[in-house]
Design a protein around this ligand. Sequence first.
Ligand SMILES: [Zn+2]
Length: 434
Amino acid sequence: MRLLAWALLALSAASPATAALNPAEQRMAATVTAEQPRTIALLERLVNQNSGSQNIPGVEAVAQMVRAELQPLGFTVRWIPLKETGRAGHLVATKTGKRGTKKLLLIGHLDTVFEPDSPFQRWTLEGNRGHGPGAADNKGGVAVIVAALRAMQAAGTLRQANIEVLLTGDEEDPGTPLDLARRDLIAAGKRADAALDFEGLAQENGRDMGSVARRSVADWTLSVTARGAHSSGVFSAGTGYGANYELIRILDAFRRELPEDKLTFNVGLIAGGTSAKLDAGKIRAEVAGKTNIIAAQAVARGDLRALSLEQVARVKAKMQAIVAQKLPGVLAAELSFEDGYPPMAPTAGNLTLLARLNAVNADLGMPAMAALDPVKRGAGDISFVAADVDGLVGLGPASSGDHTADERVDIPSISRQATRAAILMTRLSQERAR
Ligand SMILES: [Zn+2]
């Protein structure tokens, strides 16, 4: 208590800009600062417990550690096992507050890309950087959630807040079928009035950026079959062009006709010849062909990233129209899609949430956060709720080297983000739900 009072005093004396904060908000800022050593100690414990997406007991162990943090704050914590999807499951923590006020959904994940066979397993503190597997992605984000909620508790603003925390156990490598693996997250989105995603804070030229959108990802497969014949007849009316020319005609038309803002499409694999077949994992092809035989089979795979459902639908229709214009001799050309992550479009509601965050920044004496170009942001779990609820991305810490053995979390950004989150969540949770 004395430490807290001192921190409060130090904060108000040192930063006159925080005078715009009310006493509860000043108390939250001071609590985050005073508890930073506790937060870092929690992060160290989370990182030192391996939780690769496929390490089911490891993900469960991290969930237990988070449960022990949230239950004392008044949350009802549920574990949803999802072994039938090949993954551990999700942790859902709910807290009911004042009736009729906005319900917040906090999104993060328990798993990392580092499985138990990775040599990268331990946390080390290197000055202002914490080096470790998941130090930022996303255990740093989980630490921010806990720090922010504890600050709200200390300031007395948690009691009246309606909050649901959903931490998936398979963000890095989702279970299958995806419908089942994301069922509970989608349902939580439908219950919420605002969704906050605690994945990494984006920075540009050293400035913190706000994220209001993420692009979708869908994989596509193009398969062509054509009349195979002696090469001497190629281009003739009776024999036609073969599968390879058709595949290339289609891909070249994609390249020339599809480009538009915020859209990318990649061709990751091509095979064509007298026979061309994908393996079960669709990452290899068995292909054979001869110089003097017109190709009968060709296949290509790639991905498509877009910003809105409208853009996805429109581009898919354009692609199908290109595929439908067959060259002579083509028996069939088929384009199929496997949807992965849906888009999170930069809606007016999302931009309003960023404006609310920037009001918090102004009151903290921090610069406003500009909206990041969504092309610079990968897909994430919040995308699954984006169709149902306004959301803000990137409330976790800043970092470098995510998904590699160089993953380092920026320690000062943990308290900065927890302070912003605690104040933003308090303000939102005091508003009436629509
Ligand atoms: Zn990740």
